[in-house]
Design a protein around this ligand. Structure first.
Ligand SMILES: Cc1ncc(COP(=O)(O)O)c(C=O)c1O
Length: 407
């Protein structure tokens, strides 16, 4: 078989990312000089900038020549600061040797799928989900079982539904490896209560499944409720915690994430070994960004100040947008408790559009409003809008949705 007859491997049919699919249309519109009201991408940097103390630490690392390859699991100073953070915020004792620095949380996802998934195996995701997860599992030949988050209960997980979906997947012959939870959640903006997490842990334990928790928004809390880290409720049960600098510290382009594998069962030990080996194959995460990460995590006072500024603005914007969206006929929207997204339901039967993909494409073409289709996150009939832009822009976004709902 020659190269030109057989370019891409079959698995590449799974390589896609719906959040970026309207880029070509947006670029076409921008070229005409028209303005776009963009609420499509969860990047805080254009709205809040990079905190000065972190930028300074990055420059200092470069000036001091800290720009060679680092050790593959991450520089010791950063591993230690990450471990300290979990003690400070959640009272968890995690040895730095159980922490791995990755190129964004996204690389941790790839490492976990590479380590655990192969044909015949699978994982459970809560639907809707952040759109990297299902394709990543499928890229490695795995099967995805979906358990529905309950919209009417503020997008809470359901123990009964989770048990049922696991039972079904097992009956279909899938060898399930893990349950993946995103808390606080993208795309819904929900946050699990301690009790809900305890139930997920119980189900995982009863079915001998690993729990993987994506907590990239764990300090972006918009309500007066406490965030529970999975490590606080999963002692003795194999679990993985993922996080990174992108959201809580507003450093998306630094590409620094981390993965913690705290337990000492045989599975967790093997997983640490696997991740360590994969980390060596890509040499290291950005070295100056890791040094900036040390400052980001250790300068708690400066971090809290920057975080307060971000969260206060995001909270106001989320409240404004949720209220505004609920005023539109045919649209209903749950309150966000964390992260910086809303996931309104749109009643497509009141429109001429057959699905949310058509709706979003027309919304961009006609109203110059750019949001992401809910089906990209696994649930048709919804839109995902970020609440990062200022209120004037969010008003334009809401107005565009209202215009399209009216016809
Ligand atoms: C839930 C979730 N996980 C992971 C990521 C990506 O994180 P990173 O920038 O650390 O790769 C995002 C980005 O939007 C996200 O929303």
């Amino acid at each position: 078989m020659s190269f030109s007859n057989n370019t891409l491997a079959d698995r590449m049919e799974h390589a896609h990312y719906p959040i970026r699919e309207l880029f070509p249309i947006a670029e076409e519109i921008k070229r005409t000089g028209a303005e776009i009201y963009n609420a499509s991408i969860g990047d805080p940097v254009p709205y809040f900038g990079v905190a000065k103390y972190i930028a300074k630490a990055y420059c200092k690392a470069l000036k001091e020549g800290n720009a060679s390859y680092s050790r593959s699991p991450g520089i010791f100073e950063l591993l230690e600061e990450i471990a300290k953070r979990y003690k400070r915020l959640y009272g968890l004792e995690i040895e730095p040797s159980k922490v791995f620095v990755t190129q964004g949380l996204s690389e941790a996802v790839a490492f976990l799928a590479e380590s655990l998934i192969q044909p015949g195996r699978g994982a459970v995701l809560f639907n809707p989900y952040y759109p990297v997860y299902a394709p990543m599992i499928r890229l490695f030949g795995g099967t995805v079982a979906f358990s529905c988050l309950k919209e009417e209960r503020g997008w809470a997980p359901s123990k009964d539904d989770l048990e049922e979906k696991i039972k079904k997947a097992k009956a279909d012959g899938v060898d399930l490896e893990f349950i993946l939870i995103i808390n606080p959640n993208n795309p819904t903006g929900s946050m699990c209560s301690r009790k809900e997490l305890e139930e997920v842990v119980e189900v995982a334990k009863n079915n001998d499944l690993l729990i993987i928790s994506d907590e990239i928004y764990d300090e972006m809390i918009l309500v007066d409720e406490k965030m529970t880290c999975i490590g606080q409720v999963a002692k003795g049960v194999p679990h993985v915690i993922m996080n990174g600098l992108s959201k809580n510290w507003g450093c998306t382009g630094f590409r620094i994430g981390w993965v913690l594998i705290p337990e000492d069962d045989e599975g967790s030990k093997k997983l640490r070994e696997g991740i360590n080996n994969l980390a060596t194959m890509r040499l290291c995460a950005s070295t100056p960004a890791q040094y900036a990460g040390v400052e980001a995590l250790s300068n708690v006072k400066a971090h809290r100040k920057f975080l307060r500024y971000m969260v206060k603005n995001i909270k106001d914007r989320a409240e404004f947008m949720q209220k505004r969206l609920n005023e539109i006929e045919g649209v209903s929207c749950q309150k966000a408790k964390g992260a910086f997204y809303l996931f309104p339901r749109i009643d497509l039967s009141k429109t001429k559009f057959k699905d949310d993909k058509e709706f979003c494409t027309e919304l961009l073409r006609r109203e110059h409003v750019w949001v992401t289709r809910g089906s990209g996150f696994g649930l048709d009939g919804h839109l995902r809008t970020t609440v990062l832009p200022p209120i004037e822009v969010l008003e334009k976004v809401a107005q565009g949705i209202e215009n399209l709902m009216r016809g």
